[in-house]
Ligand binder design. Sequence first.
Ligand code: KG4
Ligand code: ZN
Length: 341
Amino acid sequence: MEKEICILAIESSCDETAAAVVRNGREVLSNIIYSQIALHTEYGGVVPEIASRKHIEKINQVIEQALTDADKKLNDMDAIAVTYGPGLVGALLVGVSEAKAISFASGIPLVGVHHIEGHISANYIENKDLEPPFICLVVSGGHSHLVVVKDYGAYEIIGRTRDDAAGEAFDKVARAIGLGYPGGPKIDKVSREGNPDAIFFPRAKVGDSEYDFSFSGLKSAVLNYLNSCRMKGEEINTADVAASFQKAVVDVLVEHSMDAVSKYHYHKFAIAGGVASNSALRRAFEEKCKEKNILFYHPSPVYCTDNAAMIGTAAYYEYQRGIRHGFDLNAVPNLKLGERI
Ligand code: KG4
Ligand code: ZN
């Protein structure tokens, strides 16, 4: 029998302090997430200094809980994995310093993980049959990438946002219609009461790259619509605005993704990142993929938003390929996917 590989994974790139224990890449033994959302809500978004301070306060507790829930000791671990970029530098530094300290003190190897590679790998947790190659749409608060996953650890980005990330657009529009932070889940919920065809918002085309996205024009169109209603003294139907905005985002994400799947002749397609838990987006992809006979994969909501289990899964495949980091590993806030530092 093959030796089992257990990885303790740490994630602190934004506003979740998270730790998990993952066995053999796809079996999550524990997944602890301390969400700071409530702390940042009153500021309408993530305050980097508060995020770093809270990570420092919570990280030891979250790690201990992850080991306890997994019924494991630190010495049972084969690697300590940590997100080292991209993300908020002060937030990343907390996880990276912690992982290096644990690795140094215990002698357990250190594996640095790219946050987006983590999001993509979240798909492996519940879809035991999923293997590369496939196409993955990564849509989070900081990223909107269309990625060809050629193999474990081998990625080609074929489309990216030119301005706002999809999640950022959700958060900004939610704030404008008074729903507060984080906007994605709130827009998702209120949209169920609204008519997605009530208002037509533009679907941006980016001239020279068929797979790139742009969401800032859409955000401005929503703001203009709201201003013009207010100036004319017309009542604003929040649910209709939310549903119409959401439909515009979903249409663009689905169209670009399906074009890529057809052009690259893949029959597997996955979504990842916080926005991947959006119910309208999932429904639209389910329908389209069925129509085109493409296998559609998506993580459960808890593995879509930031978590450490996805980092442990990504780390497993890195570990198996012999990737180890030294104690000079640093936080890299703008780390590129596929780049190794
Ligand atoms: O992946 P994530 O937790 O953090 C980043 O790496 O950025 O994504 C957070 C983003 C936020 O912008 C949040 O509003 C969005 O994901 N989000 C959603 C939903 N749930 C979270 N957007 C749309 N619909 C949702 N249900
Ligand atoms: Zn993320």
